[in-house]
Every structure is written in C-alpha cells, then in structure tokens.
Ligand binder design. Structure first.
Ligand code: SME
Length: 165
C-alpha cells in the first residue's frame, strides 16, 4: 500500500487546523522575520510526523540563502535556476515532489530525503524566499499537506508584513 493510500485526510485537516492556530499564537505581536521563521520551523518540525528538514530560504536579490531551520545542516545558497527550491521561487508555485530521485536537478542536502514540498513566499509581488520541507518517506506530502503548509506560509508572510508599515 502506498503512503498516499493510507492518508487520513480528515485527521490531517484537523491536525493542520490545530497547527495553524498554534502558528498564529506563536507569531502574534512579533514581526521579526528571523524570529518568526525560527519558531515556525520548530513548530512544524515537531508538530508533523515524517519530516527530516523544515526551514526557510530567503531571497537576497540574487539567490536563495538558507535561514532558520530544523534538521541537518543544509546547502547555503541556491540559485533560482536550481533544484526544487529554485523552481518554487522562479515560478511562484508550490512544488510538491513525491520522489526527489525522479527530479534531475534536485539538490540533495540530505541523501535520506525522498519527498519534498516547497512553498514560495511572495508578498505583494515581491519574492521573500521559500518555505521548504523534506521527508525521508516517499510521497509524504498530499494535497491536504500542501494546503495546510501554504496556510502556515501565509501566516508567516502576514506576520512579517505587519512590521513593515
Ligand atoms: N532539496 C532542495 C534543496 C534544499 S534542502 O532540501 C534543505 C532543492 O532541491 O531545492
């Protein structure tokens, strides 16, 4: 049986509702982009099963540079023309990869990673960076995970945008 077949969408949706509520509480009143990225990485890494890396890459105007994360040390700089993170940043679309071994330009920071989800962080047409999750399990991320993690990314963007005024 594949991982996709054993997904329990209802339970997962409930888990993401709780995770989003915790995320909102965690960033409430705080606008610092490093602080909120650090705490959201920790919240998600410890709140969801089957992950080996959760974190942020920030766009420095040229490339993606690693930010706060949980997991093993990662690649520091990623060009927008490279890997799954680069594709998310370049296209502005979430990349959900069931098997990273099937993606020719996937950047293997950790050889244990088998599936990946990368959400672009875009605020008012400006690329801020990406929110990246890796799993040692094949096909770990389904549509419910994508929606749930896009919501976490959106909570992050709202939290740091409020500090810009
Ligand atoms: N696998 C990513 C690189 C980042 S690490 O997974 C933390 C990619 O191909 O973009």
């Amino acid at each position: 049986m594949s991982d996709a077949e054993v997904r329990d969408d209802h339970a997962d949706e409930e888990r993401y509702r709780e995770l989003a509520a915790s995320a909102r509480a965690l960033v409430a009143g705080e606008h610092d982009r490093i602080a909120n990225a650090a705490n959201l990485s920790a919240l998600v890494y410890h709140g969801l099963p089957g992950l080996n890396w959760v974190g942020f890459y920030f766009y420095d105007g040229t490339e993606l540079v690693v930010g706060p994360f949980q997991g093993r040390p990662a690649c520091v700089r990623i060009g927008l023309d490279r890997g799954v993170c680069g594709a998310a940043a370049r296209t502005g679309r979430t990349q959900r990869v069931a098997d990273v071994h099937a993606v020719p330009d996937h950047i293997a920071c950790d050889p244990l990673s088998r599936s990946e989800l990368v959400v672009p962080l875009i605020h008012e047409d400006t690329l801020i960076g990406v929110f990246d999750l890796d799993s040692p399990d094949l096909d770990r991320f389904g549509p419910v995970d994508q929606r749930g993690l896009e919501e976490i990314a959106s909570i992050y963007l709202t939290s740091i945008a409020e500090g810009r005024d």
